[in-house]
Design a protein around this ligand. Sequence first.
Ligand code: COA
Length: 355
Amino acid sequence: MFYANITGWGKCLPPARLTNHDISQVVDTSDDWITTRTGIRERRISHVSTDMLASTAAMNALDCAGLDAKDIDLVLLATCSPSTLVANTASQVQQTIGAKNAAACDVNAACSGFLYALQNATAQIRTGMIKRAVVIGAERMTWYVNWQRRDSAVLFGDGAGAVVLEASDEPSGLLATKTGCDSEDRDILHIRNFGTNVDKYNAPVGPSDILFEGREVFKRAVNGMTGACDDVLAQAQLKLEDINVLIPHQANLRIIQAIQSKLKLPDDAVMVNIENYGNTSAATIPIALCEALEQGLIKPKANIMSAAFGAGLTWAASYIKWGSRVTPIIQPSHQLTPSDKSGLELITNASKHCI
Ligand code: COA
C-alpha cells in the first residue's frame, strides 16, 4: 500500500483587487458592515476564465514538486464555476499545462470540492491505480454574483490553488478523511438561473445569482465542520492537541472563530486569509495551504486538519500528515497575462446587466 505524499503546491490570484469601499460604490453596503460581519476586506476579480486560474496554479505546483506535466496520471479540478461544462474544464487545464498522459475530470462539491477531490486522487494513488496526480481548486465565483444584491456581492472572490500528489512509502499525505452531504437542506444555498432545471422554454432566464439563508448556513457550517473534524480525529487516533495547523474553508471569519473555539485551538494554529480574498469556494483551502507554507506555519511532519462546508450541503474534513519538504524545488513563477483594469472597472459593466 502506497501513501499519497503532497510534494508540490501552487496558487494563482488574479491581480485586480476589489475593496469593500469599491463595493460600496456599486451597492448599499459599507466597509464597516462587511469587515465586522465577515472579516473580509478585499477580494480578487478575475479577468480570465477558471481554467487559466487553475492552469497557472497547477504549473506552479508542478514546479514546486520539480515534476514534468507529462509525468502526471490524473488532473482533478474541483470547481463549481467551470469555464465550460462540455468539454469539461479539466481537459482544458490538461492541455494548457501539457499533462498529455493524464486523465482529466471536474469535481463539483462546491466549497468542499477540493477536499472531495483530494480524497478521490489519494484513494487512486493508495490503491496503486495511479502514481501522480494534480488536484486543483479553482473558481471564478464573481462571474455568478449579482452586484445589486449586497448580501452575496460582498462575500465571494476568484482564485485557484493546486497540489501535486505522488506515491510514496513515507506515511504522509491524506491519512484520514470524512466527507458527507445533508441533501435535505440543499435549497438553503444555491445558484439560481443556471442549469437544465431552468424552464427556458416557458419563461425568460434572469441573471444568475447566489442565494442563501445566511444564518442557517452559518450554523450548519460550524456544526458540520466541527463534527467532521471530531470524526477524523477518532479515525486517526489523534487528540486535538496533536494538530499543529487547522486549514479551514474561508467563508466567514466568524465561522472560523467559532470552529477554532469549539476545537480549542490557539490563534497561531489556525490559517486565516479571508481578509484578502473572501470566499473563493473550492479554492480557499489550497490557497490557504500554500500561504501557510509560505508563512512557515507548516513544519516538516506537521499534523494538519482541514475542514470545508458548501452547497449540497456538502461537508468534509481531512487529516494530512505533511512530508519532509516545506520549500519548493523550483520557486513559483507562473502568472496570468496582465490586466490593466481595476476590480471596480471589471465589475462595472456586469453590475449594469444585473436586475
Ligand atoms: N451590507 C450592509 N447590510 C447588509 C449586508 C451588506 N452587505 N447584507 C445584509 N445586510 C443587512 C441585512 O439586510 C440585515 O438588515 P436588517 O436587520 O435591517 O434586516 C442585517 O444586515 C443583518 O443581516 P443578517 O443576514 O442577519 O446578518 P448576519 O450577521 O447573519 O451575517 C452573513 C450575514 C451572510 C455574513 C452570514 O450569515 C454568513 O456568512 N453566512 C454564511 C454565508 C454563506 O452561505 N457562504 C457561502 C457558503 S460557505
